[in-house]
Design a protein around this ligand. Structure first.
Ligand SMILES: *Cc1c(COP(=O)(O)O)cnc(C)c1O
Length: 473
């Protein structure tokens, strides 16, 4: 008996062949790189195959391009995305100077150049040039840190999380560390103090309650196994109401009496006193040291305004033991960050930090100057918009912005912003601003899209203006 030939209904046979598809992507735009075209073809076909396997549904239809034109468009778009250098440059119009998602502290150009020089050439990173012997890569940067903070000694490593791990592991491995329950915080990005302590090999002893911890709680918990009293700065939240926290000075005194080292993880620390400008006094590292702890650690790329780094200042003997821990090598500062930190500390030592470091310049911009600049920019934008769409509304409004980056919780800077009311809504406009050639990050408040120039360089204003005009149609 003759059967009809089988009809192949497997839709997977309709998927394009990878190499052919990659070839078509390249033919469409010869500027696309070979590797990106091939990878894009693989990804797009792979997604369509998974969608087919998952069966019909809205989600799967989205993943199967319908028709040659759409296949090609998707492949080309993916290939271009793959070839973009990352991280991409963005304009930060949120007003938040230390924006965690936007790379935290922007460094001074001088610091960035120092990093680039260290990266692109040879240096005496670990050489004592005179005698031609092996040198210590950290000696000079730690000397500057000690000078700028008034500490006996200093140490620097990869970031502040690493600094805390190194301190815990060096001073308390296999022993107990006492922390207030109100300070067992999560900093974000899954950095949780109790978990870090466990991984660092120390035993956490919690004292007090979430909202109230007394000196007697610490005192009562000190025993023969106690290796450290740790204070952790609540970087990203505030406690109000019925609260009691033991001051660093009280804790330091208790530690001295009982012969137990006292360490503070300050998180965000500055080597410039910002209190005269209305900022919380607690961030000034020399002031924290004067309260008497043995060690204080903080980040290089928060208020300090330098590269990513973990900085420890305080007692010289403890510092020497940090450097001797074999883990120090795994957490060490790289040469680019080291060069940038060295330059940044130079700015502090010579009293130029407030002019030279973008973080300080932007945080300390006087409200009146900022208002004037904002009104000038809004005027220019309004004029250009008049020609385009007189119905659009541009207004200058008061704004309040956090410092950001886990610094100074609850504290806000009085700022100014341009409020844009576009048809289609504030979120939609914010989305269009993000999708421009150079993405612009704004904030949405009360149905308006707010553009704050605080963290935008003067030199970037023309670019920002064009981006706004392109998005306001
Ligand atoms: C930010 C922060 C950290 C982590 O610092 P990184 O430099 O990001 O590793 C640790 N502890 C506190 C209290 C912080 O605020």
């Amino acid at each position: 008996m003759d059967l009809p030939p089988p009809v192949n209904t497997d839709p997977r046979r309709a998927l394009p062949a990878i190499h052919e598809f990659a070839g078509e992507i390249l033919a469409e735009d010869p500027g696309v790189l070979d590797w990106a075209a091939l990878e894009a073809a693989q990804q797009v076909v792979g997604e369509a195959r998974s969608a087919l396997a998952a069966g019909p549904g809205e989600a799967s239809e989205n993943q199967i391009p319908q028709g040659k034109e759409l296949w090609l468009r998707r492949g080309l778009q993916r290939a271009r995305e793959l070839a973009v250098e990352r991280p991409r440059r963005v304009l930060n119009a949120t007003g938040v100077v230390l924006h965690t998602n936007l790379g935290r502290a922007p460094m001074a150009l001088g610091a960035a150049e120092a990093a680039a020089r260290a990266a692109a050439g040879y240096s005496d990173l670990e050489l004592d040039i005179g005698p031609g012997r092996r040198g210590n890569r950290l000696a000079s940067v730690c000397q500057r840190l000690a000078l700028a903070s008034g500490a006996e000694a200093a140490y620097a490593c990869n970031n502040n999380a690493a600094a805390l791990v190194l301190i815990l592991n060096t001073l308390a491995r296999g022993r107990e560390v006492i922390v207030s329950r109100g300070e067992l915080v999560e900093i974000g990005g899954s950095f949780r103090v109790p978990e870090i302590m466990e991984r660092a090999g120390v035993k956490l002893v919690e004292v007090g309650s979430t909202n109230r911890t007394h000196l007697r709680d610490y005192a009562g918990a000190i025993g023969p196994e106690t290796a450290m009293l740790l204070k952790v700065h609540r970087s990203n939240f505030e406690q109000r109401g019925f609260v009691k926290e033991v001051s660093l000075a009280e804790l330091a005194e208790l530690g001295r009496d009982r012969g137990v080292p006292v360490v503070e993880d300050l998180g965000s620390g500055s080597l410039e006193d910002l209190a005269p400008f209305g900022f919380p006094a607690e961030a000034y590292v020399p002031r924290r040291l004067s309260e008497g702890p043995d060690l204080v650690c903080f980040s290089g790329d928060k208020l300090l305004g330098g590269p990513q780094a973990g900085i420890v200042v305080g007692d010289a003997d403890l510092m020497a033991s940090l450097a001797q821990n074999p883990m120090a090598r795994a957490l060490r500062l790289d040469k680019m960050s080291l060069a940038a930190l060295h330059w940044t500390l130079g700015a502090y030592l010579s009293g130029r930090a407030r002019e030279e470091l973008p973080v300080l310049r932007r945080l300390l911009t006087p409200s009146g100057d900022h208002e004037k600049r904002t009104r000038g920019f809004a005027g220019a934008l309004g004029e250009r918009l008049q020609e385009k769409n007189p119905a659009l509304n541009v207004e200058v409004v008061e704004n309040r912005v956090p410092v950001g980056g886990g610094s100074l919780p609850g504290f806000e800077i009085e700022s100014w912003a341009i409020a844009l009311m576009a048809p289609g809504g504030a979120e939609a406009l914010a989305g269009r601003l993000r999708s421009g050639a150079v993405p612009v990050l704004s904030r949405v408040r009360d149905g308006a899209t707010l553009v704050d120039l605080r963290a935008v360089d003067d030199a970037d204003e023309p670019l920002l203006l064009e981006s706004l005009l392109a998005s306001l149609h």
